[in-house]
Write a protein that binds this ligand. Structure first.
Ligand SMILES: C[S@@+](CC[C@H](N)C(=O)[O-])C[C@H]1O[C@@H](n2cnc3c(N)ncnc32)[C@H](O)[C@@H]1O
Length: 239
């Protein structure tokens, strides 16, 4: 860790309480709800086009109660950690809610990015973004489910599940900036987001674009060689 990072930890405002609204950046934001430990790929893939990354997961509550140095932070290639600060965040649906804010800087270009790990209910974070009218450049969501261990939050489905589990697709589309993107592997999603098994007779396993209300979604293609179901989608308006 650099001496800057140590200085930042000394100046940590452990007793201050921030509102989520105060933490919302003005620049290009990627939001990944229920992110767990899946932070490496989005950081590597989008470090040069996104300024702030928000990862929200209730599991970080346990992780962030430990000493700040124990939380493993992935630095994308070319970037170095400059500072990390633990923050108390309010209001939150689950108590306590903590965030770890990290500043990373590219060694050559000096470009700075921010990474926020939010130990919070991801729905509460989503509400805060909606209330602040913050538009997302990327909504990233994958490898979740509805059985044990899964969130049962249907982020990319328009209608609630039979068990009453909430669905958010139209609200997600509503906070994506024009020309913004969704990354999805089809989990907890509308059928159209799911990469099908190859159809042996036609050889077709490709996704096709579709409209949802006023939004037009177009599949740009797979983006993660380690996970061929992870697709990038462009979001625009139906002409
Ligand atoms: C199946 S794991 C997927 C984690 C990650 N997307 C990945 O690819 O490894 C589901 C995650 O959702 C988190 N989770 C469940 N309910 C949540 C909620 N309401 N808010 C935030 N995170 C939640 C769990 O803690 C867990 O880490």
């Amino acid at each position: 860790m650099t001496s800057d990072a140590h200085d930042d930890q000394r100046s940590e405002r452990a007793d201050s309480v921030f509102s989520l609204a105060e933490l919302i950046p003005t620049n290009r934001l990627l939001y990944y709800p229920c992110s767990g430990l899946d932070t490496r790929f989005p950081l590597e893939q989008f470090a040069d086009s996104i300024d702030s990354f928000w990862f929200a997961d209730v599991r970080y509550v346990k992780d962030l109660r430990k000493p700040i140095e124990d939380f493993v932070i992935h630095c994308p290639s070319g970037y170095a950690l400059e500072a990390r600060t633990k923050l108390n965040v309010h209001p939150a649906r689950r108590d306590p809610s903590i965030a770890l804010r990290c500043q990373l800087r590219h060694r050559e270009s000096r470009r700075q990015i921010e990474v926020l790990y939010l130990a919070s209910d991801a729905v509460g974070v989503f509400h805060a973004l909606e209330e602040a009218d913050k538009k997302l450049s990327i909504f990233f969501y994958r490898r979740d489910g509805f059985c044990e261990g899964g969130s049962n939050l249907w982020w990319l489905h328009p209608t609630p599940a039979l068990d009453g589990a909430p669905a958010f697709l139209e609200r997600v589309l509503g906070i994506i900036e024009p020309g913004g993107r969704i990354v999805s592997d089809g989990s907890n999603a509308l059928e159209e987001f799911v990469v099908k098994q190859p159809n042996e007779s036609s050889g077709k396993n490709k996704l096709v674009g579709f409209d949802c209300k006023q939004w037009r979604l177009h599949p740009d293609g797979p983006i993660d060689p380690q996970c061929d179901r992870t697709m990038l989608w462009s979001v625009g308006l139906v002409p």
